[in-house]
Every structure is written in structure tokens, then in C-alpha cells.
Design a protein around this ligand. Structure first.
Ligand SMILES: *Cc1c(COP(=O)(O)O)cnc(C)c1O
Length: 396
């Protein structure tokens, strides 16, 4: 059998390559940071990590992880409900709830699992999920695992959301699900209007804060802070793998009874290992740091503003952004690929995105800002964009 299957895979793989969709992985041999060293020896400035607060290689987090190795050891060898819960896991869950102004939190190995296990335990065929068309793959998978009726609305389009809510009025329970920040354009979901519509059409709300937590809102508490609706949505999912230290781990935080039911029935929680205590310990430290001072959030904001204004001044077309994601529009797929490759030669690490990740004719380079970036990093990036932009006749 495998001879035949192998041939089949080789064919599919070459199709992926011919379509220009094959993903190569670049190898980093240094810690994740504003500057990283590649296995080629090249040092580059990193503008494509989700390291929004610059905490991936933070001394204090590394230190607290090391301390935890001494106090709590390495692994848990268990799911949470058998013998995988430590005092540190519980403390982190409480800390996350405190941070988001919610009632309780459940930890998962990743936000992919939080989203994957969010719906099936709570809703049945009698219910409805109304989901933004650009929601993350893990939300889409989570919705698929649940028998509830599915309604999809055009991204951040409130008229369409209202249409879908009307259609879903016969179902027993309804939940609207959205990403807080959309990862390709960097725009935020209009949470104030979503909550209004939820109230009008008797629905609940779930928001995925992966790209917004730590980034948007005055103190980095995400879109519910930005829209002044903290505590008003039923469920928030998020990751410890982006702004919050960048290691691994996800969570759902929200109404107490929902969290309690997820602990009883959510399959990625019940049947998958506990996060290691060192991750929980560093996570706790991270939330302490974030609440003691607003330094990192402020630094990130000023970096975002600086890059946006400089790249516009240089003549580039960018999507309006409300996050640390900036889409520098080049529209053409080949051009985006070549532009990113040339930027790497200049020591700027970014990724070009094209169809099917973004719509056709909407190819772009996505730049992700970090609190770890210094002004010189951003100046170098803008200078490199300008140089390549002129060479490739994108700007005058
Ligand atoms: C990154 C991301 C996830 C997955 O998070 P992990 O913790 O890495 O699994 C889920 N949802 C959104 C919107 C994301 O951006």
C-alpha cells in the first residue's frame, strides 16, 4: 500500500510547490528576540514574531521558570483532573481571570485546544454558532466538532451579523464568535456593536484575544478593555504563546458556570496533558509584571505609531490597523515574495502573504511590531523597505 500512497503524497506535495504554497522553515539558533541569528550565521531584525511585548526572552520570566524547575520539577505526567493540577496552575487561572475581569479560567495546552474544546461541551443541535468568516482555523475546527447550527457572517460586517442573528432566532441558545484582532489586516472586531447586537437578538459572545491581549486597550487587556465592555462577554479565549511570554499554553476565561462545564466536558482539557509548572510560573510572573507597570504596553504603542507614520511617509500603502500588525500592501503575490526575500538580504525578517491566506490581488508583507524593538530597529526596517521599494518600483 505505501508505495502507492507515497506516490500520491509526492504528487500532492509537488502540486503545493507548483502553486507556490510550500512552506519552508527558517532555522533560528538564538533566543527569540528583536534580533535573531539564523543557522546561516546571518543576524536579522525580527518583524514576524508574535512577540508583541518582547517577553519571549525576558530575564525575569526565564528566572521564574528556572526557580519553578527547582520547586515543582519538569513535567506533570498527567491531565489536570487526575494529578496534573498544582498550586501554580490554580494561581495562574485566578490571575488570568483577574486580568480580564472575568469569573474563572481554564488552562489548555494551547489556544488551539481552548477553541477546539469550547463549543462541543456547551452547545447541541438545538443551538446556533454565528461566526466571523475570518475567524482563526482553531475556531473553525471547534465549530465543526459541535452539532450546533452554523451561521457565518462577513468579517466585521454588522449588517450581515444582524442578518445571521435573525436567521438564528429559532434556536435555543446563540453565541457570536469573533477574533479580537484579525491577523492579516490587524483590524479589531467592533466589539461594542457586536455586544449591542447580542443584546438585541438574545445571544452570547465569545472573543478570541490571541492577537489582541497584551496589545490593545490602554493596559493591554484586549478588545474588551478597548471597547469598555470588560466582563460583558461570556467567553474569552487566549494564548500564552504570543504577547504573554510566547512559550505555550492557552486558556478560556469567562462566566464561572461555563468554565466549570468545560472542566467537566472539554475534551482537549480532559484528555491532554497539563502545561508544565514552569510555564505556569513564568505566566504568573508575566501577569504580575503587566499589572505593576504599563511600560511594555506603552513602548509597543509608541513603536506601532512610529512604524506606521514612517512607512506611510516613505510612500507605502498600508491597511488601517488598530493592533501591532501592519499590512504593507503590494497586491501582487510574486512581488510580495521577492520583496520579503530582498528584505531578508537587508537583515529584515518579514513574511509575504498571498492567496489563499489573503484574498487574490491582496498580497502583502505583514510587519509585526514588538516592545523589544528599539527605534534603530524600526529605522533600519523603514530604510530597507524604502530601498527595496524603489528598486522594485513600488514607490518613487
Ligand atoms: C495563534 C492563534 C491561536 C492559536 O494559539 P496557540 O496557543 O498557538 O494554539 C488561536 N486563535 C488565534 C486568533 C490565534 O491568532
Amino acid at each position: 500500500m505505501y508505495t502507492r500512497f507515497k506516490k500520491h503524497l509526492i504528487n500532492e506535495l509537488s502540486e503545493i510547490t507548483n502553486d507556490g504554497l510550500y512552506k519552508d522553515e527558517r532555522i533560528i539558533v538564538s533566543p527569540q528576540d528583536a534580533e535573531v541569528t539564523l543557522d546561516t550565521g546571518q543576524k536579522v531584525i525580527n518583524f514576524c514574531a508574535n512577540n508583541y511585548l518582547g517577553l519571549s526572552n525576558d530575564d525575569k520570566l526565564v528566572e521564574s521558570a528556572k526557580e519553578s524547575l527547582d520547586s515543582h520539577g519538569y513535567g506533570m505526567s498527567s491531565v489536570r483532573f487526575i494529578c496534573g493540577t498544582t498550586d501554580v496552575h490554580k494561581a495562574l487561572e485566578q490571575k488570568i481571570a483577574q486580568f480580564f475581569g472575568t469569573e474563572d479560567t481554564i488552562l489548555y495546552a494551547a489556544c488551539f485546544d481552548a477553541n477546539g474544546g469550547a463549543f462541543e461541551p456547551l452547545l447541541t443541535a438545538e443551538d446556533a454558532i454565528i461566526s466571523d468568516e475570518l475567524n482563526h482555523a482553531s475556531i473553525i475546527d471547534g465549530v465543526r466538532l459541535c452539532k450546533a447550527a452554523r451561521y457565518r457572517y462577513k468579517s466585521a460586517d454588522m449588517a450581515d451579523l444582524e442578518e445571521q442573528l435573525k436567521k438564528a432566532q429559532d434556536q435555543r441558545f446563540r453565541i457570536i464568535v469573533t477574533d479580537g484582532v484579525f491577523s492579516m489586516d490587524g483590524n479589531v472586531a467592533p466589539m461594542d456593536k457586536i455586544v449591542d447586537l447580542a443584546n438585541k437578538y438574545d445571544a452570547m459572545v465569545m472573543v478570541d484575544e490571541c492577537h489582541s491581549a497584551g496589545v490593545v486597550g490602554k493596559t493591554g487587556k484586549g478588545v474588551t478593555e478597548l471597547f469598555d465592555i470588560m466582563g460583558d462577554v461570556e467567553m474569552i479565549t487566549g494564548t500564552l504563546g504570543k504577547a504573554f511570554g510566547g512559550a505555550i499554553g492557552g486558556f478560556t476565561t469567562g462566566k464561572k458556570e461555563i468554565i466549570e462545564m468545560l472542566r467537566q466536558r472539554s475534551r482537549p482539557y480532559l484528555f491532554s496533558n497539563s502545561i508544565p509548572p514552569l510555564i505556569a510560573a513564568a505566566g504568573l510572573k508575566m501577569f504580575e509584571m503587566m499589572t505593576e507597570t504599563n511600560e511594555l504596553q506603552d513602548k509597543l504603542q509608541s513603536n506601532i505609531e512610529y512604524f506606521n507614520s514612517e512607512i506611510k511617509k516613505a510612500g507605502f500603502d498600508i491597511k488601517p490597523t488598530e493592533s501591532a500588525i501592519v499590512a504593507v500592501m503590494l497586491y501582487d503575490a510574486k512581488l510580495s515574495k521577492e520583496f520579503a526575500a530582498r528584505l531578508l538580504d537587508e537583515g529584515i525578517y518579514v513574511i509575504g502573504f498571498s492567496y489563499p491566506v489573503v484574498p487574490k490581488e491582496q498580497a502583502r508583507i505583514r510587519v509585526q511590531l514588538s516592545a523589544a524593538h528599539q527605534k534603530e530597529h524600526i529605522d533600519k526596517a523603514v530604510a530597507a523597505f524604502t530601498k527595496i521599494g524603489k528598486e522594485l518600483k513600488v514607490i518613487d
